[in-house]
Write a protein that binds this ligand. Structure first.
Ligand SMILES: *[C@@H]1O[C@H](CO)[C@@H](O)[C@H](O)[C@H]1NC(C)=O
Ligand SMILES: *[C@@H]1O[C@H](CO)[C@@H](O)[C@H](O)[C@H]1NC(C)=O
Ligand SMILES: *[C@@H]1O[C@H](CO)[C@@H](O)[C@H](O)[C@H]1NC(C)=O
Ligand SMILES: *[C@@H]1O[C@H](CO)[C@@H](O)[C@H](O)[C@H]1NC(C)=O
Ligand SMILES: *[C@@H]1O[C@H](CO)[C@@H](O)[C@H](O)[C@H]1NC(C)=O
Length: 361
């Protein structure tokens, strides 16, 4: 009981440090407990969605970075309820996103999101939240082959995206495009960063014209194909070994962005026969979702083998509840998209949790 109270209290005490709010009875426990890992004091990933008219945290028109894939308001989404839900963890409150304070604390740092278009989605939300806090500052951008970088000039904070579908390499050779399950050359760029947020999943299952490789290689063996969950586990294991051998944890914090769910099967939310998210304007209420992703189990298994502290942003369940938060047809590409997420929208909660973890972790 005492321990529970202390843990709970420490969370609020930390919030008090951040916000300079009033919370005298917790103050004494701050120093001894401030180094505690966030996860020990509150599971931020367990909770429910609460209607909150103060949301969204910024307007789409105020963020010039939003790509047409995600800018649902601009592409005439008529409802706006989906913008007005706040994630309420069961045992604590998420700290509010204090962007300017964040930029000051992380002055001179390089933050990199690495992965597929779900990393792009997350990165854009994080940038929009930071920009909303400092709308007047000079932000420059640079793009090269695989990196897009936005730098807040006054704070010298760079928020970067590294496009990588599998984290491990795909290389074009005589035989074609080879997915190399035990090679991770881009790690040499990643390890220079201060904060890394990895994600991979969506592309491992793709077949036919959407499969971006011709052969799989592991060691000296090449394969036409293999069980994709096996391949996913092997690729992720290569990444995990790289994290332990190459990342300097005195300098760099490492996160893994949990599996982002899609909403194409109404059976998942008790509406069999529905094949997309087009008519969804409400979240699933409650705290649990019946569908579990095998990939989540693999991610947890592999993360469990890493010696160093890698923080899992375990956003799968809270995102599964948000069948209403995808662009559906309200995007600039013209298709039905129940995989990515509107911005502003759900990824802002991922950003709030990342922020909370960075401030406490
Ligand atoms: C913004 O920063 C860039 C690069 O440092 C500089 O060239 C430019 O003049 C700055 N613009 C403003 C409006 O301060
Ligand atoms: C990147 O900067 C250029 C100016 O250097 C600007 O025209 C462009 O809109 C910026 N890109 C984004 C995505 O903001
Ligand atoms: C792209 O930018 C990164 C970071 O600035 C740099 O390390 C890398 O060499 C650049 N790649 C190319 C092809 O210019
Ligand atoms: C792969 O082939 C090379 C060259 O034939 C050999 O030296 C190496 O030991 C082989 N590696 C494995 C894991 O079998
Ligand atoms: C939707 O989910 C149900 C229940 O898991 C499953 O039986 C069905 O095959 C799925 N439908 C599609 C189109 O994948």
């Amino acid at each position: 009981m005492g321990f529970l109270w202390l843990s709970y209290c420490s969370f609020y005490a930390l919030l008090i440090l951040v916000h300079a709010a009033n919370g005298a009875q917790c103050y004494n426990s701050v120093t001894s407990l401030r180094d505690r890992k966030m996860g020990e004091s509150c599971n931020m990933f367990q909770g429910s969605w609460i209607f909150d008219d103060a949301y969204p945290l910024y307007e789409s028109s105020s963020c010039p970075f939003i790509r047409r894939e995600f800018d649902c308001k601009k592409y005439a989404r008529p409802d706006d309820q989906y913008l007005k839900y706040r994630w309420q963890p069961t045992d604590c409150n998420l700290p509010s996103f204090a962007g300017e304070d964040f930029l000051r604390r992380f002055k001179g740092k390089k933050i990199m999101f690495i992965g597929d278009s779900l990393s792009l989605n997350f990165w854009q939300s994080f940038l929009c939240l930071l920009r909303a806090a400092v709308p007047q500052v000079n932000i420059t951008n640079e793009t090269n082959e695989s990196i897009t970088s936005f730098t807040f000039q006054d704070h010298e904070v760079s928020v970067m995206l590294f496009h990588s579908l599998f984290l491990v390499d795909v290389e074009t050779e005589q035989l074609g495009r080879i997915l190399k399950l035990d090679s991770i050359k881009n790690g040499d760029t990643w390890k220079n960063m201060d904060i890394l947020i990895f994600n991979t999943y969506q592309w491992w299952g793709r077949k036919g014209p959407k499969q971006p490789w011709d052969l799989i290689q592991e060691g000296n063996n090449t394969y036409e194909d293999m069980d994709r969950t096996v391949a996913f586990r092997k690729g992720l294991t290569t990444w995990a070994k790289w994290v332990d051998s190459d990342v300097d944890f005195a300098k760099t914090k490492v996160f893994f962005q949990g599996i982002s769910p899609s909403h194409y099967n109404g059976s998942d939310w008790n509406d069999p026969g529905v094949t997309n998210c087009a008519k969804e304007t409400q979240p699933v209420m409650g705290s649990t979702h019946p569908v579990t992703y095998q990939a989540t189990t693999i991610v947890k298994d592999v993360l469990g083998t890493i010696e160093n502290p890698v923080y899992l942003l375990d956003v799968t369940t809270l995102s599964q509840l948000r069948k209403d938060a995808h662009p559906s047809s309200y995007n600039g590409l013209g298709g039905m998209d129940c995989t990515h997420w509107c911005i502003p929208g759900l990824p802002d909660t991922w950003s709030q949790i990342l922020y909370a973890a960075l401030i406490h972790y």
